[in-house]
Design a protein around this ligand. Structure first.
Ligand code: SF4
Length: 509
């Protein structure tokens, strides 16, 4: 609902526990921030796979009866935000197929860069696709493999795709985690008693009482079965390109991602930002929730007290009904409210993790001024976002990224702030151990570690972000009279309102 890059997907898998489906349900609960459009669980008992998928939040997607039907000691789950493919039940994951190699369930976090090319080749050979996701090509490649065992067929299939992927897969008797050789998206390995757990973020392990063991390494495939855990590295190594935006915004601060505490990294971003772009002020105010860790670091480094001068309404959900045009000028106020006693008469440093279009930031600055702030200084705990992502993150067109088309002073003027400063690229990468050599920073540099041809980007419905744009204003439009544009909140709420009832959409295979 804020002006942010959108999360990707979350994956979870467990082997060796009699309550595998219930634990997967809890794991998906912890990963809900990574995708809210659909959720699914597939469970197996050594003989067959059963699946349930539905649109909506995890809470809505499963009933106790549904979970009771997902019997067995192994399970995989998925929460989805559609970075490739439409938002509909057919695209929900895990995808489950029957093949000559037996049943396979697959959950995917990431984007496959050569999906268009592989998809077209498969269609020419007679493949019939059931979904519009890039993930489905992997199960087609698996089903066509002539390999003499399941794991070889999986390796052969995944070896034909390029791009970003953290997969959890399940056959009737084992779960498999695979991370692409660049390691774009996270995948962690843990233990719960004798059971093995594989998931996107460690916060999912915390909820079920599992212990983090290590990350699945880039290019590694781990297999948990009755014979224990095996690790193979069947893919050619590549330069590591872990998504630094996981630390900036996506991941929960209570997670360890890429082996680092997100909270510690995010707080260090704030400390570094204060060293680079300190400003005399009376109070540091985070834009909740995503700006909180960096604001803590900024306040700690600068010695300026941090106060919660903006309060977030956590209960604005997808059921919020879009008001009529005539009364919807409250815009961002439905999500955030200023605390006048903290802001009135003060020089305020507002700290946020990122600015995408700038629309929400502008409204927040106006709101803070209307609460009596004497000065408003915007500090952003990552560099200017100038390029779209092609590795599993939903980003707007390049022309909609305010930092891609405007100077720092133009951004300051648009936001109506007294000053604006971003964390430098060096500041970002030096705040993470091995940040320069192990991380992707493409959305800040426009330099991409995995090349993609334009026709493939078109297949992924991302070409609009590269091709010439439809006519758009070269500078952001002025706000309406009360300072709240209305369009941003309206469009966001409209799109959320379009998500159908999850219970109506439930399907059990
Ligand atoms: S382009 Fe940005 S969001 Fe995408 S993987 Fe790289 S760092 Fe992450």
């Amino acid at each position: 609902m804020f002006d942010k890059f959108r999360d990707e997907c979350g994956v979870f898998g467990i082997f060796g526990h009699p309550e595998s489906a219930n634990l997967t349900y809890l794991g998906l609960y912890a990963l809900q921030h990574r995708g809210q459009e659909s959720a699914g669980i597939a469970a197996a008992d050594g003989t067959r796979i059963r699946t349930s998928r539905a649109m909506g939040y995890v809470n809505d997607a499963f009933s106790s009866d549904t979970l009771a039907g997902l019997t067995g000691h192994l399970a995989v789950g998925h929460v989805r935000y559609s970075t490739a493919g439409e938002s509909r039940l057919a695209n929900a994951q895990p995808i489950v197929i029957d093949s000559a190699h037996g049943q396979l369930a697959l959950g995917h976090n990431g984007n496959l860069i050569n999906a268009g090319e592989v998809h077209d080749a498969l269609v020419r050979e007679g493949a019939i696709f059931q979904t519009s996701t890039d993930s489905e090509i992997v199960v087609h490649l698996f089903a066509r493999s002539k390999a003499d065992n399941v794991e070889s067929a999986i390796v052969e299939a995944i070896g034909q795709v390029r791009g970003a992927y953290s997969f959890v897969l399940m056959t009737k008797d084992r779960i498999i985690g695979v991370r692409d050789p660049h390691g774009f998206r996270p995948l962690a390995l843990g233990r719960l008693g004798d059971a093995w757990v594989i998931c996107s973020e460690t916060c999912a392990m915390d909820l079920i009482g599992a212990t983090y063991v290590r990350d699945v390494e880039p290019g590694e495939m781990v297999v948990a079965s009755a014979t224990g855990l095996r690790s193979v590295k069947p893919f050619p190594p590549a330069k590591h390109s872990q998504c630094i935006f996981e630390h900036v915004y996506f991941s929960r601060p209570d997670s360890y991602v890429f082996g680092e505490s997100v909270n510690e990294v995010r707080t260090e971003f704030g400390r570094r930002l204060a060293r680079e772009s300190g400003v005399p002020a009376d109070v540091v105010v985070p834009i909740p929730d995503s700006g909180v860790c960096a604001a803590v670091g900024f306040a700690e480094q600068s010695g300026i007290p941090m106060r919660m001068g903006l309060i977030r309404n956590h209960y604005v959900g997808r059921t919020f009904i879009q008001p009529q045009q005539s009364i919807r000028h409250f815009g961002v106020r439905v999500k955030l409210n200023p605390v006048k006693s903290i802001l009135n008469g003060k020089r305020v440093v507002l700290v946020d993790d990122s600015i995408v279009r700038g629309t929400t930031s502008r409204k927040i600055v106006r709101m803070v001024r209307s609460a009596g702030a004497r000065e408003v200084h915007m500090r952003i705990s990552c560099p200017p976002t100038i390029s779209p992502c092609f590795y599993g993150v939903d980003t707007p067109r390049r022309s909609e990224l305010i930092a891609a088309t405007h100077t720092l002073d133009e951004i300051r003027s648009y936001l109506n702030a007294d000053s604006v400063a971003y964390l430098s690229l060096d500041g970002l990468t030096e705040s993470v151990p091995s940040g320069k050599s192990r991380y992707c920073t493409s959305c800040y540099t426009g330099v991409y570690p995995v090349a993609f041809p334009r026709d493939e980007a078109a297949y992924l419905q991302l070409a609009l972000k590269l091709n010439p744009e439809p006519a758009t204003p070269s500078t952001p439009q002025p706000a309406t009279m009360d300072g709240f544009d209305g369009d941003e909140s309206g469009s966001a709420l409209s799109s959320l309102a379009g998500v159908g009832s999850s219970r109506d959409g439930r399907r059990t295979d």
